[in-house]
Design a protein around this ligand. Sequence first.
Ligand SMILES: Nc1ncnc2c1ncn2[C@@H]1O[C@H](COP(=O)(O)OP(=O)(O)OP(=O)(O)O)[C@@H](O)[C@H]1O
Length: 258
Amino acid sequence: MPILQIKDVTKVYEGKVTHRALNQLSFDVEEGEFLAVMGPSGSGKTTLLNIISTIDEPTSGEIIVDGMNPHMLNATELAYFRRRQLGFVFQDFNLLHMLTVEENIVLPLTLDQQPLEVIEERLASIVEKLDLNSFLHKRPNEISGGQAQRTAIGRALIHNPSLILADEPTGNLDSNSSRDVLELLTKVNQDKQTTIVMVTHDPIAASYCDRVLFIKDGEFFNEIYKDDRRQMFFQRILNVLSLLGGGQVGDLSTIRLP
Ligand SMILES: Nc1ncnc2c1ncn2[C@@H]1O[C@H](COP(=O)(O)OP(=O)(O)OP(=O)(O)O)[C@@H](O)[C@H]1O
């Protein structure tokens, strides 16, 4: 069964000028899939993530996460749903600067008033898996961007969520840190079958995924699956992006992936 179903979702922003950001978009994400969502600027990618994460409501259509429609939950149920079912990874990390790396990671469990033994056990497993030990007691302003994003991934994972939503997770990172973060997301996806939906502009980042879904003007444009080597998948991603328009695909087509 799919872990995420997007069913005929339309989002219209009302204002001085009405804007249809998503138009009858439908797709499923299978449990354990690592999906990239790509599309030109303004095509509706953030709107889609905001609707999946219940930050925003669809104008029509529905989304189903792990068998239920979170938009039907009351405020308390929704708070639990967000905290327990979803993990978020953002471009700008969204860490709390007064807290240490360790305190940031366990924050969802602290807010949930979990017993100390549970917190310590989960923390130990995340620290080992994500190799966070060397900077656990530092604060966000004392660590690198790559370390900050690994911290954010730790925080997103600490609840064993059904779904990780990542919005441009490598957008603020240099190429080495980006590779680290993408390899880490791949490991998390493969080890625990954690489902990941990642919005990205970067075809190299997208080439780590199992499937890339392209949207244009809020509508489904195309999707491609990784069924061969990553270099080939990368070239196929570039081909679709050149059909979509708006990128500098030409500059990228000679890149050899590490
Ligand atoms: N709150 C809002 N009110 C009105 N229009 C909005 C609102 N939020 C987004 N839009 C419009 O909806 C469209 C889709 O925006 P969205 O942020 O989802 O695009 P995106 O694909 O994430 O873009 P980018 O890649 O630049 O981040 C854009 O045309 C945007 O101007």
